[in-house]
Design a protein around this ligand. Structure first.
Ligand code: NAG
Ligand code: NAG
Length: 297
């Protein structure tokens, strides 16, 4: 079978992907396929390992801490849920990841629970203020910093999968307005547009978009099946953002995984040539570790 003209290492790596069902390492290690983002914090320490261990694999260019999942309903009521990981240990790990491993650390807001929304402009302002002072570089006295005073995440991922769509544009503008290099990303559903994030993305302040090529429900399923076409709609719609392909790591998580075996023939060979292709975003660290999907040694 004739392979398209690609660097040998990449072609070999991806061919191995197809044969083994693993996303082999060289594709990301040499940077050719772009960034590799991983979501961390959905499983206990014993199962997925610490943030530091994730960074020390050397696989990931970004780790997205999940989830800041209660906000917006009542002023001052915020919650960070990292599945029982020792929150007090995370700050030192963030600094280690950033300084020693050159890994970008983001905090995902939202998630699959229903404990969040932005009912008013004021709530968007309050949440921006809390994120800035509690997790980013704000550090206003009196605001509790779960990861400690010194550690700060590099940015915020809008993982808005539930609730209303209002005021996330205002939240994005406010976070962007703090300047100082706050990275903003969004994790969207597969089908374009994602109504919950449409207004926020229209602000054009997002550096990256992670498009989930997985998900339940009829619409999402149809979208995932025509994955290259679906993904290219996102890439075309947001030329100013880097667009990532969101994947699950294991068939245990989603039957969409079977399509990932065809990742290379389906679209990777085409889309890596697009100027705003960004990389892969894998959900999540636990399954990646368990399935060795990104080829950790
Ligand atoms: C650090 O990571 C960034 C983005 O992932 C990359 O552009 C840069 O070259 C890396 N720096 C080093 C010293 O590896
Ligand atoms: C994981 O995959 C990589 C690359 O395919 C391989 O070198 C390594 O031995 C695998 N690790 C385990 C524990 O299977």
């Amino acid at each position: 079978m004739a392979l398209p003209p690609l660097p040998f290492a990449l072609a070999a790596a991806l061919l191995l992907t197809i044969i083994s069902g693993h996303l082999a390492a060289p594709a990301t290690a040499d940077g050719y396929v772009g960034g590799l983002a991983i979501y961390w914090g959905r499983h206990a320490d014993a199962d997925e390992g610490t943030l530091r261990q994730a960074c020390d694999t050397g696989r990931y260019t970004t780790v997205i801490i999940t989830f800041y999942n209660v906000f917006g309903y009542h002023p001052g009521n915020y919650n960070l849920d990292i599945s029982g990981h020792d929150v007090t240990a995370v700050g030192a790990d963030i600094i280690h990841c950033q300084k020693s491993r050159n890994v970008t650390i983001l905090l995902a807001i939202g998630g699959y629970g229903g404990g969040y929304s932005l009912p008013t402009s004021q709530s968007a302002a309050d949440v921006a203020d809390n994120l800035w002072n509690a997790f980013l570089a704000g550090r206003r006295a009196g605001v509790s910093r779960p990861f400690g005073h010194d550690a700060a995440v590099d940015g915020v991922d809008f993982f808005i999968d539930q609730g209303g769509a209002d005021h996330y544009d205002e939240l994005a503008r406010r976070l962007h307005g703090y300047g100082a290099g706050v990275i903003l990303t969004a994790t969207t559903r597969c089908s374009y547009p994602d109504h919950r994030l449409e207004k926020a993305l229209a602000t054009k302040v997002f550096d990256r978009i992670h498009v989930r090529m997985y998900g339940a429900g009829e619409i999402e399923r149809r979208c995932v099946i025509s994955s290259r076409y679906s993904w290219e709609k996102w890439a075309a719609a947001y030329p100013g953002s880097k667009v990532y392909i969101g994947l699950v790591a294991s068939p245990e998580q989603d039957e969409a995984w079977v399509f990932q075996k065809d990742l290379y023939y389906e679209y990777l060979q085409f889309v890596t040539k697009l100027p705003n292709y960004g990389g892969l975003a894998v959900y999540d660290r636990y399954y990646d570790k368990k399935a060795n999907y990104t080829g950790e040694g």
